[in-house]
Design a protein around this ligand. Structure first.
Ligand SMILES: *Cc1c(COP(=O)(O)O)cnc(C)c1O
Length: 414
């Protein structure tokens, strides 16, 4: 690192820590530019992006078609509010419904808001359709879940650092172990309105449930007449090797929560997509969002859907995902506890008593690969789906070198 870029880096970090909230512990790299699967720091050094901003940058940074779609819209109409109709929202909803196999969409901005929307839909549907007594609806969720950061959502998180000091929390959620369909079925009661689950748990460490789990959930929900809602904010749009993770099994949900990649890396765009009967619980005044479904968001969302299809990104994710998992699994190192994943979404779980996972991320950063750990034991590999094979294999090699270096330095410590 040159002295000047070192000083810029230190200056930026110091300023952010002086004037910002300290709710992130970022790696000491200051990014100034992005292109495709690459990010560049203020000194011009290039990095391979193995995070994709938690799938928000699944299409790569500044995808030319997405940038063009946004530019075109910027010359026509910015935001008009839902007090009036705008000319591309209906098309956006139609195309998203067609892509998912569901009927109707309610656009929001962030993932958390789309989850909140799903919870509202599930509860009202429970009261109106299942005659659950008012105020008693229950939603079944999984241990280890991550659905966002609102007070309702963290209230049913099992992660103490997400919750501490932020209560009191909303009632109405029942937690069951992830991946255990019988335990979930046993927890269904007369007031159960819905099951809300990530088909693969991302923030928990890319936890892939046993084969058949999603299809079992579909059958269980049908048997008990309750809604099945999948949160695919992170797993959606090709990440797991299908357009949506539920497509790996016969498990079309009643409601689907989307976000992150839907905004093409350019804007926050999210949506709750559902069967017509579920969506119809909303009437004028029951829900809304100032920015939800605005013309810029709809333009970018529509182009994101088109790029996903035109570039066969789900297939690409499937094929390159096999390469990635194969390469990671071939690394012989005693600190590796497990390698898992689906599509271009892989996790290496490490033995935290033998290596420091954050140090490995820093060593990878020095060697030009950016990723972060989750839960102190897992390193994630979730590049933009447009990454080429050479970069992907370079990232794995860099991880291997960083692991060897970090383990050696830990072993030599007194
Ligand atoms: C990131 C994420 C969210 C929250 O999305 P935000 O845009 O950060 O609010 C919800 N669910 C899942 C599965 C996520 O990964």
């Amino acid at each position: 690192m040159s002295l000047q870029s070192f000083m810029t880096t230190q200056g930026v970090i110091a300023r952010e820590s002086r004037f910002g909230a300290k709710n992130y512990a970022s790696l000491p790299v200051v990014l100034a530019r992005g292109s495709g699967a690459h990010l560049f720091d203020t000194g011009g050094k290039r990095y391979i992006d193995m995070m994709s901003a938690y799938s928000a940058a699944s299409f790569g940074h500044l995808h030319p078609r997405l940038v063009q779609a946004l530019k075109n819209q910027l010359e026509r109409l910015d935001i008009a509010s839902r007090a009036f109709y705008s000319d591309n929202l209906g098309l956006f909803c139609e195309e998203l419904a067609a892509l998912t196999g569901l009927d109707a969409c309610l656009p929001m901005n962030t993932g958390a808001e789309a989850v909140e929307t799903a919870i509202k839909a599930a509860r009202r549907h429970g009261y109106d359709r299942f005659s659950i007594p008012e105020g008693q609806a229950e939603i079944i969720v999984a241990e280890g879940n991550f659905h966002g950061r609102t007070t309702t959502l963290i209230g049913f998180s099992s992660e103490p650092s997400y919750r501490r000091g932020f209560g009191p929390f909303a009632p109405g959620f029942v937690t069951v172990p992830f991946g255990d369909a019988s335990a979930l079925e046993a927890s269904i009661g007369p007031n159960t309105a819905a099951v809300l689950i990530e088909p693969i748990q991302g923030e928990a460490g890319i936890i892939v449930p046993p084969k058949g789990y999603l299809a079992s959930l579909r059958r269980i929900c049908d048997r008990h007449g309750i809604l099945l809602i999948f949160d695919e904010v992170q797993s959606g749009f090709g990440r797991t090797g299908k357009n949506f993770c539920f497509e790996h099994e016969d498990a079309l949900p009643d409601g689907l929560i989307l976000g992150k990649a839907l905004g093409g890396g350019l804007l926050p765009v999210s949506a709750f997509v559902a069967r017509r009967a579920v969506m119809d619980v909303f009437d004028p005044g029951s829900h809304g969002s100032t920015f939800g479904g605005n013309p810029l968001a709809a333009a970018v969302g529509r182009e994101a859907i088109q790029v996903l299809k035109d570039e066969d990104l789900a297939l690409r994710s499937h094929v390159l995902g096999k390469t990635l998992l194969g390469a990671l699994s071939a690394i012989p190192h005693p600190a590796i506890v497990a390698v898992r994943g689906k599509g271009l979404w892989a996790a290496v779980e490490l033995d935290a008593s033998r290596v420091c996972v954050k140090e490995i991320c820093i060593a990878m950063m020095r060697r030009g690969v950016l990723t972060r750990e989750t839960h102190d034991t897992v390193i994630r590999f979730a590049p933009p789906l447009i990454i080429d094979e050479a970069d992907l294999l370079t990232a794995v090699e860099v991880f291997h070198d960083a692991l060897a270096e970090t383990a050696a330095s830990l072993a030599s410590r007194p």
